[in-house]
Design a protein around this ligand. Sequence first.
Ligand SMILES: Nc1nc2c(ncn2[C@@H]2O[C@H](COP(=O)(O)OP(=O)(O)OP(=O)(O)O)[C@@H](O)[C@H]2O)c(=O)[nH]1
Ligand SMILES: [Mg+2]
Length: 211
Amino acid sequence: MVIRSVELPFVCGVKSTLPKTGRPEFVLAGRSNVGKSSFINALVERKSFARTSSTPGKTRTINFYNVNDSFYLVDLPGYGYAKTGPVEQEKWDRMIRRYLESGEDIEEVVLLLDARRIPNEKDLQMFSWILSTTGYEPIVVITKMDKLKRSERAKALKEIRAKLGASKECMMIPFSSETKEGRIEFLDLVEKILETEEAEKEIAEKEQEKN
Ligand SMILES: Nc1nc2c(ncn2[C@@H]2O[C@H](COP(=O)(O)OP(=O)(O)OP(=O)(O)O)[C@@H](O)[C@H]2O)c(=O)[nH]1
Ligand SMILES: [Mg+2]
């Protein structure tokens, strides 16, 4: 997929009304500092389009990135970061839940996990919450793969999959925003999903014409 354009038309705070984008949305969920915003930058090949930081808690709004006028990448604030205190954290968690539960255009939820860490309680909760809310396992993206030695890769991926209790079919993409590993794979997957979506729409429209 060639990235022709990227825009950030909607930025939502805790109390904002969520936009109706009318395009398939790919939502990025994950712990603070896991690399959600960096993932977006790597995908669209813009060094700092989405703001990133080495201190957790950088993204504090829901940001809707319009890519090619064809789909959205949605950057969420990270969960599990409580520097601002439990009250603020609870507000964010509620905002994220509200969006994930009611977002009509959500096509896929992508759960990002750090290659160097065994998923914690929050990650496991998120995984099973996504499964029960959407009916599907999320696409799992394993970030910061560049931090692992070659010899550690297979073991790390296996351990994460086991801890999640993910099915064999659950997509797990090793990724690095440094080396761009996994970029093409993820974009190809998005393309395939969009094509399937298009084909299904056409079939539905033809069926409707018949009736
Ligand atoms: N080496 C390496 N560092 C990464 C990678 N992805 C992100 N980082 C670094 O990790 C830190 C956090 O990245 P962000 O993209 O801001 O993380 P985030 O998930 O958006 O964080 P919040 O907005 O706080 O939820 C930054 O210092 C990034 O440079 C990666 O693939 N490899
Ligand atoms: Mg961020």
